[in-house]
Design a binder for this molecule. Structure first.
Ligand SMILES: O=C(O)CCC(=O)C(=O)O
Ligand SMILES: [Fe+2]
Length: 239
């Protein structure tokens, strides 16, 4: 895979790979995610999640072996991207109903600064915006209305994440930006940096309102956030 050809936007560095997995692989992953006892889910205020690979602490990972249905995908990401210095050892699975999202945040310091997010189910828009310390004061009014005024913040950008796609970000996009997903069941994809790449690949346009560029999130979305925690603690008591 020539990763460079999947680069999108101007901020270093974002890659969007449509159709990273097949329909069948998506179905298999969803079966594993929902096939367990259910006890793996942790319910948060605005989403549910499953933590795989062990517990991440500020100082590193107390590891737990990833199941083979996950290493199949993490190995493929590791090998095809060439961006991780060693095997991906942590996967967070997030589930979002159409009115759920994730607050703008930066991923914790324990992770190697490259993140790969595999999307399943409903399409969604992710917003990336610079940290406050990097913004000028005139940048603060961000319009999210479709057809409304242009966004004031010339540095913010959004990415459309279709099912089966892989989004990778690193460098400034990782270290100087917050990423988040709004909790709105309708989202605007008018200004996403990868509209052509995302839409040309989607076999049907379910959920997308072509003229107004409004995405109707009518299904659950499930994402797999795949990362490497370089520091692994073999012994919990030697922290
Ligand atoms: O669900 C997503 O696409 C993003 C998840 C995320 O940002 C995280 O788990 O840190
Ligand atoms: Fe994140």
């Amino acid at each position: 895979m020539e990763l460079e050809s999947f680069r999108v936007g101007l901020t270093p560095t974002v890659f969007y790979i449509p159709g990273f997995i097949t329909d069948e692989e998506q179905t298999q992953l969803l079966n594993h995610i929902y096939g367990g006892s259910g006890s793996k889910w942790k319910t948060l205020k605005n989403r549910r999640l499953q933590n795989w690979g062990g517990m991440v602490h500020e100082k590193g990972l107390v590891p737990q072996e990833l199941p083979s249905w996950l290493t199949k995908i993490t190995t493929k990401i590791h090998e095809s991207s060439g961006l991780f210095p060693s095997a991906i050892n942590h996967v967070l699975i997030n589930e979002y109903h159409p009115d759920q999202g994730i607050m703008p945040h930066q991923d914790g310091p324990a992770y190697f600064p490259v993140v790969a997010i595999l999307s399943l189910g409903s399409p969604v828009v992710m917003d990336l915006s610079p940290h406050l310390r990097l913004r000028s004061s005139s940048d603060d009014d961000i319009s999210r209305e479709c057809g409304g005024p242009e966004r004031d913040n010339q540095h913010s950008f959004s990415v459309l994440m279709m099912p089966r796609s892989l989004l990778i970000f690193k460098d400034d996009a990782y270290s100087d930006y917050l990423h988040g997903i709004s909790d709105s069941p309708t989202q605007c994809y008018k200004q996403v940096i990868n509209e052509a790449e995302a839409l040309s690949y989607s076999e049907n346009s379910s959920g997308e309102d072509g003229d107004n560029k409004i995405l109707h999130r009518d299904q659950t979305r499930v994402s797999l956030t795949c990362r490497l925690v370089p520091k692994v603690h073999k012994n919990l008591f030697r922290f």
